[in-house]
Design a protein around this ligand. Structure first.
Ligand code: FAD
Length: 398
């Protein structure tokens, strides 16, 4: 016999976005189910995935409010005080420091597996949340009166609102007929951690060389997160280099600034595909996290947008609860969609344009890159605007 269960909200995917949404609703009376195909032991102890997540001030504050920050060991939190953008061998570097950002640092940097773990820790004993782990969602449908989610073990969940937080390749988004535009950059990013002889002075550096982009992000101590973006055809060779040769290559590309560098983690390759859903909501259904927008990591906005979007959606749900109206009603979902898209669209398209400019090897593009750095360096309003985007995700009025 098929088991049937009723919830107010069903969240598909217990990644950082889905769990953060559930946590944001901890003070509400909504009964929430989170369905996750990984088992609970993996959620409790997520494996390292090489991603070190740069967090804005807004995200740090949200994570603090949600109780997640307290679960991240202090010695795993890096601080970015300065950031530099370098274009090939050009003498012009765009330099940002925290002056004018409202704090004495630009942002924090935390390993992704610890963000996932902290999100699980704050949700696992939350009274209004039921975690259904180790089971996949096989079908989703909604109509004007309810949503229906079927699981691989035959369980059927009925609900007022379905939220998909099941990654940028969201199967649920497809099942609900929401189209998404995607942009395959034809590149792979290899991420890893390296220790080095000399201090990084809490400076993040992005070097745009002509065949690859190299970002070095300061972690705790003499350790950095290294992010190498290169054409897909060259990624295999970089993955196959010995640890020593790879480290020497990175050190040399970085001009030896950090002295001898040593690889201290595995190398993790990620094919680069940006994804933007054409709409974020439909009948009794909403997308959050990467399922709504999967960003190119160069501007480090993915989880920052996941968190701010979860807060925007939670605000609508709490408003509906307070006004004793339907949490799955179209009007509230549309308000969430409009507010989140206002933040997402400029960042998504701006990031893609930046990637195009900085990976184009033609001479006009090289000149334009140099010009862009000069404009950024010498026009304080432009620099201030970029700085603000690096440190904050804006939340527009509801
Ligand atoms: C190399 C790299 C560097 C990055 N750096 C940054 C950075 O500096 N700053 C930043 O803000 N962001 C960064 N990001 C982005 C960030 O990692 C993502 O935005 C974030 O992890 C997405 O979280 P999510 O919960 O939306 O999705 P995911 O983490 O993809 O989680 C989705 C979950 O859904 C589950 N799931 C999927 N399908 C089903 C199903 N059918 N049934 C049940 N469960 C399902 C999956 O098992 C998974 O647990 C980076 C990303 C990469 C690749």
């Amino acid at each position: 016999m098929t088991a049937s269960r009723q919830f107010d909200i069903v969240i598909i995917g217990a990644g950082p976005a889905g769990l953060s949404l559930a946590r944001t609703l901890s003070g509400s009376s909504q009964q929430i189910a989170i369905v996750e195909m990984q088992d609970e032991a993996t959620l409790a102890n997520p494996p390292e995935d090489g991603r070190d997540i740069a967090l804005t001030h807004t995200s740090e504050k949200l994570m603090n409010d949600l109780g997640m920050w307290a679960h991240i060991p202090e010695e795993q939190i890096g601080t970015i005080k300065d950031a530099k953008v370098v274009n090939g061998k050009s003498p012009f570097a765009l330099h940002f420091d925290s002056t004018g950002s409202g704090a004495d640092y630009l942002g924090r940097i935390v390993p992704n597996h610890l963000i996932r773990q902290s999100a699980y820790e704050v949700v696992k004993d939350q009274a209004n949340v039921t975690l259904l782990c180790g089971v996949e969602v096989t079908s989703v449908e909604t109509n004007t009166t309810q949503g229906r989610v079927e699981l691989a073990d035959g369980t059927v969940l009925t609900t007022a609102l379905v939220v998909a937080a099941d990654s940028r390749f969201s199967g649920t988004r497809r099942k609900m007929g929401i189209p998404a535009g995607s942009l395959d950059f034809g590149r792979v990013v290899i991420v890893c951690e390296m220790e080095h002889e000399l201090p990084h002075n809490d400076t993040a550096t992005e070097c745009f060389h002509f065949d690859q982009t190299l970002a070095i992000l300061p972690m705790y101590g003499n350790k950095s997160s290294v992010v190498v973006t290169l054409p897909s055809a060259n990624a295999d060779a970089a993955m196959k280099m010995s640890a020593g040769a790879f480290a020497d290559d990175i050190s040399q590309r970085f001009g030896g600034i950090l002295g001898k560098m040593t690889l201290v983690s595995k190398r993790y390759p990620y094919p680069l595909v940006g994804v933007l859903a054409k709409q974020f909501v439909t009948t009794r259904f909403a997308l959050v996290g990467d399922a709504a927008v999967g960003m190119h990591p160069v501007t480090a906005h993915g989880y920052n947008l996941g968190l701010s979007g979860a807060k925007l959606l939670a605000d609508q749900i709490v408003d509906a609860e307070r006004n004793l109206t339907d949490i799955g009603a179209e009007a509230g979902l549309k308000r969430y969609e409009a507010a989140h898209r206002r933040v997402v669209l400029p960042l998504y398209h701006g990031t893609n344009a930046l990637v195009k400019l900085y990976t184009d090897t033609s001479m006009p593009a090289r000149i334009l890159r140099d010009a862009a750095l000069r404009v950024g360096s010498f026009l304080p309003p432009v620099k201030k605007r970029i700085l603000h985007q690096l440190t904050h995700i804006e939340r527009h009025a509801r």
